[in-house]
Structure formats: C-alpha cells, structure tokens
Design a binder for this molecule. Structure first.
Ligand SMILES: Cc1cc2nc3c(=O)[nH]c(=O)nc-3n(C[C@H](O)[C@H](O)[C@H](O)COP(=O)(O)OP(=O)(O)OC[C@H]3O[C@@H](n4cnc5c(N)ncnc54)[C@H](O)[C@@H]3O)c2cc1C
Length: 505
C-alpha cells in the first residue's frame, strides 16, 4: 500500500471493502490510472472480512442484477490468472430448495427468467438434492433448483485480488487514512479532506459501507442505509461433510448451508431482524463482531437446523454476528447523487456485496468515466430514495423488515408493512371511508383497491394466483372505463426544471 498522500487525483474512492476495491480496479481498467482509494483502517476491515462468500447467480428478478452476478462470477474465476492473487472461487454448485407450493411456484418463475438471462439453472428432484447434499433432510422438499457453476469465494481474497489488480493497472491504494469530508464548491466535488491533508479531485465514489450514510450526510446527501445484525453458525468438524458439496439454501427454513473448515456453516436470514447502531456505526469498528443475541435467534436457529438434523449432534464452534447494510427496498444505493455533481455512491448491498461486487464496480466505474450507466440502473439508482427514509425513526422500523425480505416468499403486490404512514394526501380520510387498502408509494399512503364504502379492507392471503381483492380492482377499473372517477395522484413526483426559459422571441 502507498504511504504518501497525493495532492491530486482524478477520482477518489472512499472505502476499501469489496465494493471500493472493485470500483478502483475497474476505474484503473478503464484507463483512469490517477485513481486513489482511501481506506480508514485496513482493506476489508468493515463488513467484507466476515462475509460467507456465497457466489450465486440464481435468484434475482432483475435483469441488471443477474448480469452483474454473472459478470462477478466470471471475474472471480479469472482474477487469479491476471493478478497472481487467488480469489478462493470454487464452483461447487448451488441448490435452492422449495418445500411448499408457493415457493415452488416462485422459484419456477425465477428459474424461467434467470434462464432467459443466461443462468444455467435446472429443477432437480428431492432425491437429487439428497445425492448432492447428503446431510439435507428432503422428506418435505418438493424440488431443488440447481446451478452447477455457482459456488463460493473467499471475500478477503477476492478483495485483495481486486486491490492488486487495481494497483497493477496504476491506481493508488492507501490504508489508514480516513476521509473526514468531501470538499464541494458550487455544488460539485473538488476534493476530499483527511487528517493528512486535502486531495483535490474531480470525482468521489463513496464506498464506505455502513458508514456511507454518515459521510454523505455531511454534504447534505441522503443515503438511507442502516446496519443490521447478520448471523451464521459454524459447527465443529463433521466426518460426514465434504468440501466439494454445493451450497444449499432453504429460505423456508431461514437458512443456507455449506462446508466450512471441515464443519458446517449455517447462515441465517431471520424474518424479523435487529437494526444495529441507529445513531451511526462507530468510527473505530474494525474487524468487529456483535455479541450474538441467543434468545432472539434460538427459534430461527432451530428452524434452520431442522433442514440438516444430523448437524445438531456436532459441537458449536461459533455463532457469529456482524453488521451488514440494508436499504429500505432491499436494493443497493448506486450512482451520482442528485445533491452534488460528481459525488457517486456505491453502498447498501443487502448481503449480496460479494456476489455482485465485481459487476457493480464495473457498472459504477463505467458510469463515472462515460457520464452515464451502460445498464438499466432504475432499480438501484440513488435518486429513487428520499430524505425522509434516512431519518432514525424510519430506519429503526423499516430495517426490522428488510433483512427478512431476502428469504421471504416474494408474492406479487406484497406490500412492506413497516415504516408506514410517512405521508397522507388531503384526500386520505375520504379514501379511507371508501374502504381503501393502502400501500406505500414513495412514502404516500396510496389506495391499491377499495373494499367499498364503509367497509374495512382485508387483503386476504397473498398468492401467485388471482388475489382475493381482484373483484374490487375490477370494479374500480370498470368505474374508470365506463364512468367518471377522481384519481389522487399525490404520490407522483414533480420535477422542477433548473433550465432557464429562453427569452420570448
Ligand atoms: C454474516 C454476513 C454474511 C455475509 N455473507 C455474504 C455472502 O455470502 N455473499 C455476499 O455476496 N455477501 C455477503 N455478505 C454481505 C457482504 O459482506 C457485504 O455486502 C459487503 O462486504 C459490503 O462491502 P462494502 O465494500 O460495501 O462494505 P465494507 O466491507 O464495510 O467496506 C467499507 C469500507 O469503508 C471504510 N471506510 C468507512 N468510512 C471511511 C472513511 N470515512 N474514509 C475511508 N474509509 C472508510 C471501512 O473501513 C470499510 O473497510 C455477508 C455479510 C454478513 C454480515
């Protein structure tokens, strides 16, 4: 790592986790050799060092995210040849299991979509699941979804390989230097301030992980991410386990399973989770752990272990808890901030920072260099989020739900339940009287459908088929087509043009 702080750079990347190193690597790859990455402590010391390293291309319903995953897997497979630094990528395979009809329907839909995106996923039988992962109980499994080329990587090695690749291409990486704030003049980035001096620069990419919100707030930029407790358990060695087994995931049991050090790692996504440090991540938290909350986690652990019952006999080596950043809609926060020109953000990875890190770094670097993204970033663009979502009250409530959404069954029209009622239109009371079923649209409580005057809207069970409220929707639709309606559009965005009107000719 370089010891001297340069006085000037074209771009400064803040944070040396997997995302920052990937952005620096790709900027250098695109020819921006005068890129400087500043890391507060040591590379990977934030969240990256303790990630489980699942490298999975299956599971996203976004074409962009699937492309980023595929690129990431290919990059991790070839980085060692390029840099001499191993990434630990091992294509041991990945299986998602479905043990109820709704999840089976969901994964079949995702498989069809993922196959169209080039993911080689196949539905396999319960006995094939058992053959590939003999410790799994499959009596209630309906099917597995298997991607042979997916697997696992070592998050620290991946980051070090990206860092080495960045340096080989001319970027400068400096550890032990924290960015205190970003210098902005006339609404545009001009530098970064550190205790060791200022680096003048044109572009900044804030890749400060769970610290990104606090840092961005200094420049009035809203990055509404929040750290939450995130767990995995590691058992003592098991004679029955083999390193070559695929990674198994069973969202219905809240767990994922893979070999680790001769024992088993059982990772968890509990449906109701715990935000960590609402007031802000501590500045000196490095290679840190959070004391596990056994009482809260025991029921989820029992459910997860029920998928691999023999593992209960093995001794417990560790229940690990570390912080990971989650966002209000479980999508990353990426792109040029609407508030400050040339201030980019790439943070809030919702526990897929390793498996999308390569692709995300490529997309952000290309966006910085060309001035516009080359993939559809609508779903992840920072400009979709609003300042009210960064408030402590919002983060405290929404984050309880967001981690659990990762393994929830993703029914169409499933509304978020937490952090509601941020905004009501003047018509709210009237709409309520008509039996409105409200959903959150940009914070506005917006009617989805109406049960009818004086009736209370009951959503009924969620479904992949025709929902119970379909007749209410139909009635509203007919009223609009055949009669006259009033539509409350308060939730729509209003754009104010900054372009001066040309003088009347
Ligand atoms: C238990 C657990 C298991 C996980 N398993 C997986 C998995 O299997 N697969 C997967 O894809 N993801 C997984 N993740 C998620 C993954 O670890 C994260 O998404 C990823 O590491 C985030 O990387 P990052 O670079 O955004 O953040 P970080 O790694 O936190 O990097 C941010 C860096 O910024 C530095 N920094 C902060 N402020 C400043 C400043 N002012 N100046 C300079 N530097 C600064 C920090 O020191 C830190 O090194 C897991 C997470 C957890 C907690």
């Amino acid at each position: 790592m370089s010891a001297h702080l340069p006085t000037q750079a074209r771009a400064v990347v803040i944070g040396g986790g997997v995302i920052g190193c990937s952005v620096a690597y790709h900027l250098a790859q695109l020819g921006w050799r005068d890129t400087v990455l500043l890391e507060r402590d040591r590379l990977t010391s934030g969240t990256t060092w303790h990630a489980a390293g699942l490298m999975v291309t299956f599971g996203s319903t976004s074409e962009t995210s699937t492309e980023l995953r595929k690129y990431t897997r290919d990059l991790y497979a070839r980085l060692e040849a390029e840099t001499g630094q191993a990434t630990g990528f091992r294509p041991v395979g990945f299986i998602e299991v479905a043990s109820d009809a709704d999840r089976l329907e969901e994964y079949r839909r995702i498989s069809a979509f993922n196959r169209r995106c080039g993911v080689d996923v196949h539905e396999i039988s319960p006995s094939q699941v058992k053959e590939l992962f003999p410790l799994a109980r499959v009596d209630d499994v309906l099917a597995g979804f298997y991607v042979k080329g997916d697997g696992r990587a070592d998050p620290v090695d991946v980051t070090m390989a990206l860092a080495k690749g960045a340096k080989l291409k001319g970027a400068t990486l400096i550890e032990g230097v924290a960015v205190e704030d970003v210098v902005v003049e006339n609404g545009r980035v001009t530098g970064v301030r550190t205790a060791q001096g200022i680096i003048a620069c044109e572009y900044v990419v804030n890749c400060a992980g769970m610290w990104a919100r606090q840092l961005a707030a200094k420049n009035g930029i809203s990055v509404p991410l929040q750290a939450a407790e995130h767990y995995y358990l590691i058992t003592d060695k098991l004679s029955a386990i083999d390193r070559s087994w695929p990674v198994l995931e069973d969202p219905g049991c809240h767990g994922y399973y893979r070999e680790e050090g001769g024992g088993m790692m059982v990772g968890l996504f509990e449906p109701v989770c715990a935000p960590w440090k609402i007031e802000g991540a501590p500045h000196d938290f490095s290679f840190g752990e959070i004391p596990p909350d056994w009482e809260r986690m025991t029921p989820y652990l029992e459910k997860a272990l029920s998928r691999v019952p023999e593992v209960k006999e093995a001794g417990l080596k560790k229940l690990f808890c570390g912080p990971e950043s989650f966002t209000p809609d479980l999508r990353p926060i990426v792109g040029e901030s609407p508030e400050v020109k040339n201030y980019f953000v790439a943070a809030g990875l919702n526990s897929i920072g390793i498996l999308t890190g390569g692709g995300l770094g490529r997309a952000v670097a290309q966006w910085v260099v060309d001035g516009h993204p080359d993939v559809d970033v609508t779903g992840m663009h920072i400009d979709r989020l609003e300042p009210y979502q960064a408030t402590a009250a919002y983060r405290r409530t929404r984050t309880v739900e967001s981690l659990g959404m990762v393994y929830a069954c993703h029914y169409p029209f499933k509304p978020m339940k937490t952090a509601r009622d941020a905004r009501r239109s003047p018509l709210y009371g009237e709409l309520e009287k008509q039996g409105a079923f409200f959903r959150d649209v940009s914070g506005w409580e917006t009617p989805d459908w109406y049960a009818g005057a004086g009736r209370v809207a009951e959503a009924g069970p969620l479904s992949f088929g025709r929902p119970a409220w379909w007749p209410h929707w139909e009635a509203e639709h007919r009223a609009a087509r055949e009669g006259v309606i009033v539509m409350d559009m308060s939730f729509m965005s209003k754009f104010r043009s900054r372009v001066a009107t040309p003088a009347a000719s």
